[in-house]
Design a protein around this ligand. Structure first.
Ligand code: SAH
Ligand code: SF4
Ligand code: F3S
Length: 461
């Protein structure tokens, strides 16, 4: 059948979609870019904020109209929202198929069922029910069985190190929709990474909801594998030029990982380690399990142990009870941490989470909006200072391709050249002139200018 798939949400969902596409193609289906051409329209969804879900509802509304107008096709919801809403999705919209993130291996079969007019729904057990070990093993096989040549980029690939999350931050839906945290066998991660690198994927990004909480214990005797051990295991793979990981939780960031970042030459010195707030009262209410002082200490240790380390963060504004003083503490944390960038979100109560159940969403929308704009402005200042400190340096970039937005630089590129976009090891975006043939190559550039979002450069030293 002709299948259209749209992916929302985080890198985990992007990797899931990649595996799903591989599996669907192997089952004889054809992927199409236009949903109007498709016999099956799939959405891989995110539940992390209300806005993410609204986007899906509006897509489903549009598909419902096409169905009402007599078009014949199937609609499927995959991913986090499928797990959160379950059968309700089928009641509210003409959805034919629902598949939770932990059941994606069943998707080809669910499509056959839907096509045969049968109910097609597979959900994960709730966190109160016992873990489904057989489902865990089937998912593991889905990752292991992936086609290393089927990644969207010919040079970059994601590799999952763990699934789920056990942290239960009070605002967050992820532990409910993605289930309990489970680390993959290090031999499987090594095998998968090796095959990707052998297929030319020289930049590997390790994924986990809290990637640095990775720990694998053998069933019997034998030593535990920590995240730092895993990094040391993967780093020597021949042909692996860059090894990255996202996202980190502050409480599991020991010096062993910082030492790995200092010592392993291909491990990129970039840490996305969300703070969420700079205020102890908010951190406690968010169940983040660290204090402001502990976060500051992590940033200090990172800068002391890993020269040139680049930090990035996430913040939530307008969490229940957040005062002006709490907000000021977040401003202060952004300034103190010197982040390259941070993602700022307005608090959105998620059904089923501790915060939604026990705390009133009492910060008015206009205050959330103002605080959001304010943290963005503070971060823009900090980002500009950080980027300006890079001017004059010669750095390696991996060229991603021509810049989607022309004329970022005030001049026109020379004949045969275009504005290219590349990424440094520290995840900076760099714009420079060069021939399109440099796409997917590693080259050295010298930084000549900076804005809050972008570095400008020229080729060579
Ligand atoms: N596992 C990652 C990412 C979680 S979701 C981590 O722990 O870092 C990505 C970001 O969304 C979070 O860091 C948080 O800043 C934000 N977020 C999560 N739940 C939210 C909610 N209910 N309202 C607003 N922002 C939220
Ligand atoms: Fe959500 Fe917290 Fe887990 Fe991140 S660590 S996924 S914010 S519960
Ligand atoms: Fe969203 Fe699920 Fe990722 S809720 S952020 S797609 S884990």
């Amino acid at each position: 059948m002709k299948i259209f798939l749209e992916t929302m949400g985080c890198q985990m969902n992007r990797l899931d979609s990649e595996l799903v596409v591989s599996a669907l193609r192997a089952a004889g289906h054809e992927m199409v870019d236009d949903s109007r051409q498709a016999q099956v329209v799939l959405f891989n969804t995110c539940s992390v904020r209300r806005q993410a879900e609204n986007k899906v509802y509006s897509r489903l509304g549009a598909e419902a109209q096409r169905k009402a107008a007599g078009k014949q096709f199937f609609v499927g919801v995959l991913g986090c929202m499928a797990q959160r809403e379950g059968a309700d999705l089928m009641k509210k919209y003409p959805v034919d198929l629902v598949c939770a993130p932990g059941q994606l291996d069943a998707l080809p079969r669910l499509i056959e069922q839907a096509a045969a007019g049968q109910a097609a729904m597979k959900l994960d057990p709730s966190r109160k029910e016992p873990r489904d070990r057989a489902a865990d093993e089937r998912l593991e096989q889905l990752d292991l069985g992936r086609d290393p040549a089927a990644t969207p980029s010919p040079v970059q690939a994601y590799v999952r190190v763990s699934r789920g999350c056990d942290k239960f931050c009070s605002y967050c839906v992820v532990p409910f929709v993605r289930g309990g945290e489970i680390s993959r066998h290090p031999a499987n991660i090594l095998d998968e990474t090796r095959r990707l690198v052998d297929a030319g994927r020289s930049e590997i990004t390790l994924l986990g909801q809290t990637v640095n909480s990775y720990r694998w214990r053998p069933a019997g005797e034998g030593a535990m594998t920590t995240f730092a051990d895993l990094l040391a295991l993967l780093s020597p793979i021949a042909g692996l030029r860059r090894l990255r990981f996202v996202t980190s939780h502050p409480i599991d960031f020991g010096d062993d990982i910082l030492h790995a970042m200092r010592d392993l030459p291909n491990l990129c010195r970039y840490i996305h380690v969300p703070a969420q707030s700079g205020s102890d009262a908010m951190l406690r209410a968010m169940n983040r399990k660290y204090t402001r002082a502990q976060y500051d200490d992590l940033a200090d240790r990172a800068r002391a142990i890993v020269p040139g380390v680049v930090l990035a963060g996430d913040f939530i504004v307008g969490f229940p009870g957040e005062t002006d003083a709490d907000h000021a503490a977040s401003q202060d944390l952004i300034r103190r941490s010197g982040y390259k960038n941070s993602f700022i979100f307005k608090y959105s109560p998620r059904p089923g989470t501790a915060a939604a159940k026990t705390l009133k969403d009492d910060v008015p929308t206009h205050v959330k909006r103002a605080r959001n704009a304010d943290l963005l402005a503070v971060q823009a200042e900090v980002s500009l200072t950080h980027h300006q400190s890079c001017i004059g340096q010669t750095v390696e970039v991996l060229v991603e391709g021509p810049s989607p937005r022309a004329n970022k630089q005030p001049h026109r590129p020379a004949a045969g050249e275009v504005q290219l976009i590349g990424r440094t090891r520290g995840d900076h975006i760099v714009v420079f002139d060069g021939p399109p043939s440099l796409t997917h190559q590693y080259i050295d550039v010298t930084i000549t200018g900076a804005t809050a979002l972008t570095l400008f450069a020229k080729k060579g030293i």
